[in-house]
Write a protein that binds this ligand. Structure first.
Ligand code: GTR
Length: 432
């Protein structure tokens, strides 16, 4: 039998253990619509001082700059000023994709000095084009060599996320060639007359939390010294910065019409494409595929992934000020519909997947819905029709006749040929 002193201690141990368990227990992820907290969203058409915005000029001159600044200060962080760029063509293949496209690899250097760091663009332009074409520009997750199987595409020497069988630890290998092809529809993009430009996101800034000792964070550190530490740029802002510098290069490229570039991204890179389009008005169209928390999904719904969870798992994605809203979404001065509104009046397409509850499909749609008034104020038809629907359309039924497009695809968190087909239909209407 137990010694007497242990018996005496038992209640104490039990209380301590249960307290410990309560403190350690992660909050359950909410997937129940009935448990979505009551929330009220900040009004994109009301300034911080309470002034109602009722015309396009006031939006452009007062509210839009104010909102952009709030997102820089409290969500993504403030990026350095654009650096000058130079470029070098690394390879050219005129008969890529069965002779339908010219494929180039171009290194874009961030800075003009000899030792400026570079990022490698992989560019496909349809050979059938007789004048500069519209383009899709998007980051990829695993390296340019995963887009299609051509063995001539260079393999990144930089850090990549580990992937079973196709990487060697955090190094890319030839085994991954073409393994992301299903996400890139290169041939159909070319067939439909568009160029495709992609960059490996880790080539811009590696996706792990090491206090920003590498990538463009380290290279441009001196340029953010004047920014208060809590609002320095996170990784999402650095990837978006890389997209903007790619656009700087495209402005000098004769094959692509830089005034008709759609920025596209999936998941964390969909958060990035939204921020790229919000912070750089040169992007003519914006596509967010399954971007979820910190992307298109309303944070105040706290459905699926929340600010607390995303900051815990990915402390390097946002600026440190964003940590304040862990478990306290309501005190954030902005919500994600205002990120969408920053893109107005340019066409924006938000897509969700039915099996991607983590990203909160309904919350992604509601961002579009609550950005609609800004789109209409700026003279567009927003989500289309006289009155936008306040609920997402049924699965596989795109709502894309307006300037804001949306669809809910059946299936899992992914970027598929179905998604691309909708984006190209949308681009046909807005970029051709
Ligand atoms: C998840 C993360 C999401 C999304 C996704 C991705 O782990 O929670 O916000 O970004 O990664 O990028 O694949």
């Amino acid at each position: 039998s137990m010694p007497r002193y242990t018996l005496l201690l038992l209640p104490l141990i039990a209380v301590t253990l249960s307290g410990f368990a309560a403190a350690q227990k992660p909050r359950a992820v909410n997937y129940d619509e009935l448990k979505v907290p009551d929330y009220s969203l900040p009004d994109p058409l009301l300034t911080e001082a309470g002034v109602r915005i009722s015309d396009a000029t006031a939006w452009r001159e007062a509210r839009r700059p104010e909102l952009l600044k709030l997102f820089q200060q409290f969500v993504y962080g403030t990026a350095p000023q654009p650096c000058p760029i130079r470029h070098e063509v690394v390879s050219t293949k005129t008969d890529a994709i069965d002779g339908k496209a010219t494929r180039r690899e171009v290194d874009v250097f961030f800075g003009t000095s000899d030792d400026a760091p570079s990022r490698r663009l992989l560019i496909y332009v349809p050979n059938a084009a007789s004048k500069p074409v519209a383009a899709f520009l998007g980051l990829n997750f695993q390296g340019n060599h995963t887009i299609e199987s051509d063995p001539a595409i260079s393999i990144t020497p930089k850090w990549v996320r580990k992937r079973k069988d196709v990487t060697d630890g955090n190094r890319a290998t030839a085994k991954a060639r073409g393994t992301s092809a299903s996400r890139w529809s290169v041939e159909s993009i070319i067939d439909r007359g568009y160029a495709l430009v992609t960059i490996y996101y880790g080539d811009i800034d590696p996706d792990f939390d090491d206090g920003f000792k590498n990538g463009i964070h380290a290279a441009l550190q001196a340029n953010v010294d004047s920014v208060p530490p809590d609002q320095r740029w996170g990784s999402i802002a650095s990837w978006a910065y890389g997209l903007s510098r790619a656009l700087d290069f495209l402005e000098t490229d004769e094959a692509i019409d830089s005034a008709r570039v759609a920025v596209i991204g999936h998941s964390r890179l969909g958060k990035t494409s939204l921020w790229a389009g919000a912070s750089d008005p040169r992007f003519a169209m914006d596509i967010s595929n399954n971007s979820g928390c910190g992307g298109a999904a309303l944070s105040r719904r706290a459905f699926g992934e929340t600010i607390r969870v995303i900051n815990k798992n990915f402390p390097h994605w946002f600026c440190d000020n964003y940590l304040q809203y862990n478990g306290d979404e309501a005190s954030c001065p902005v919500d994600q519909h205002e990120l969408v509104a920053l893109i107005a009046p340019r066409p924006v397409y938000i897509a969700s997947a039915s099996g991607d509850r983590w990203a909160d499909p309904k919350g992604e749609f509601l961002s579009a819905y609550h950005a609609d008034p800004v789109y209409r104020l700026l003279g567009t038809d927003g989500l289309g029709g006289n009155q936008p629907p306040d609920l997402p359309p049924p699965a596989d039924t795109p709502l894309s006749d307006g300037t804001i497009g949306y669809h809910l695809r059946t299936g899992k968190h992914d970027l598929t040929a179905y998604d691309w087909a909708q984006y190209m239909n949308f681009a046909d209407r807005h970029l051709k």
